[in-house]
Design a protein around this ligand. Sequence first.
Ligand SMILES: Nc1ncnc2c1ncn2[C@@H]1O[C@H](COP(=O)(O)OP(=O)(O)O[C@H]2O[C@H](CO)[C@@H](O)[C@H](O)[C@H]2O)[C@@H](O)[C@H]1O
Length: 480
Amino acid sequence: MGGRAVTQVLSVASEVAPVIKTGGLADVAGALPAALAPFGVTMRTLMPGYPQAMRMLEDAQPVAQFQDCFGGHADLLAGKAGGLDLLVLDAPHLFERGGGPYLADAGTDWPDNPERFAALSWVASEIANGAIEGWQPDIVHCHDWQAGLAPYYIARSPAADRVKTIITVHNIAFQGLAPAWKMGALKIAPVDFTPDGMEYWGQISALKAGLVFADWLTTVSPTYAAELMTAEFGMGLEGVMRARRDSFTGILNGIDEQVWSPATDPAITPYKAARGKASNKAALRKEFGLRQADGPLCVVVSRLTEQKGLDLLIEALPTLLDRGGQLALLGSGDKGLEAAFQRAAGPDVGVRIGYDEALSHRMMAGGDAILVPSRFEPCGLTQLYGLRYGAIPLVALTGGLADTVVAANPASMAHQVATGIQFHPVTAAALADALNRLCDLYADPDRWTKMQRNAMSQPVGWDQSAARYAELYESLLAAR
Ligand SMILES: Nc1ncnc2c1ncn2[C@@H]1O[C@H](COP(=O)(O)OP(=O)(O)O[C@H]2O[C@H](CO)[C@@H](O)[C@H](O)[C@H]2O)[C@@H](O)[C@H]1O
């Protein structure tokens, strides 16, 4: 790149697609290295040695070892998986177990989660301090609470003068709390366990440690960045976010345009223009056992949690059905919500409880609209998939949903920039009203196809955002 020195970045994440994924964090952590490569950034990704990671890792080479890594021996392995340059923390006492990355099969947190992710963070700091012969990062880029202690350990280490740290907030609802008595076990000095440090109402907060000790903070959209500084969205950390406002920016997520490409997607009948959606829609109806209908086929692909506002959809559903609309939902999570959707299932409502990547592609291809009624949404990825696949996003006016969907109104329609529908406040009544607006637009084929065209041509890839991360890295290094 024009003689410019290559910036070496260590990305630290608890889930990385395609190796392991429970949500959008994995997509972003998995996409960043390739997105940043054209900008002269070499990114290696440190992740836990879950069984899935150990199975997928190719050409594994031990590059460091730790005799006592939070209660047991650990090896750091360098290797490849899914095109990624990975550093995998092989610590069987912490990561070799069934269940999910954070939860046991019973759905409860692993009791040693504080130690498991403190270990990941501490190894990031060891790497910053030269644990791997022949490679050291200039920047350590941490994701969410699981990597939150890394900026702290680094700040209290010799690397502090040389290595810059960033923490990206993907979801402030998870703060990585641990009881104060674990301070010693987590290698936290009592002097740092204060309200100005990482103390949060008497507990240790790994996320707050990251927010306080990192050189720079980011989150995944400009609107969510502003929201995080308010009591409504900051979940008790708004004061910390405000205190750091001069070192805090919102950078939108992109999506992987190779994986999410209606023209080449192997999971669907490929199409270039929205009219090619018809056969995918017919197939999707069949797959969900839905009858013919005149209204829009709406889809939802989501974790079923309070955040996603899908309880509001249960309430507003009759409005959609009265207008001849239909719903196909894929998701899992909250048992009450799962049951509520299963009760609503019928000839116009199809429900699939579970996690199914290929089906999520077929839903974007076959759906007329994608519904995202989130109470808060740092960025959101499914509305971006919807845009690319011509499934019109109907979204709550919040966070990244506000930044990525251009609401249909006379002016935006006239300028051919309208790509979706937004509603506010985030209530069942406002959602029902938005569903009515969706049905009105759908009933007007001229306006509907124009919107689909606008949606499918809206940029949703990584180019712009990767450039912003690269600029951020450069400016931090220039300030050393
Ligand atoms: N049942 C299922 N089957 C198949 N696929 C499923 C699925 N349920 C969810 N997914 C997939 O998981 C991902 C979810 O990503 P989102 O960004 O929409 O939300 P999430 O809250 O997980 O991420 C958090 O981090 C991301 C990344 O920064 C932010 O965009 C977001 O706002 C924030 O809440 C998408 O790729 C989606 O398709």
